[in-house]
Design a protein around this ligand. Sequence first.
Ligand code: SF4
Ligand code: SF4
Length: 80
Amino acid sequence: MKNFEPKTTKTKKGTWTVFLGLCKGCGICLVKCPVKALIFGKEKGVVGQSAPKVIPEKCNLCQTCEINCPDVAIRVDKND
Ligand code: SF4
Ligand code: SF4
């Protein structure tokens, strides 16, 4: 199995994680993010499409991407 583990990025107020083994690279999260904090990165998802990565200084951890991903491939965790 190659690179299908979760990829977590630290932001100022928490973490943003994409599960490459679930992401199909549909791009819905990029479209839905209200502050354009997501771009397609070098990592590939489960069907070989590019997976999203977060721009940590832009992400405000609003969870819109997590809620709208049809494949439950994003997790957003806020610090306590
Ligand atoms: S919405 Fe989900 S499946 Fe689609 S690109 Fe984003 S993380 Fe991947
Ligand atoms: S948590 Fe909100 S701001 Fe951060 S990438 Fe997802 S939709 Fe964008």
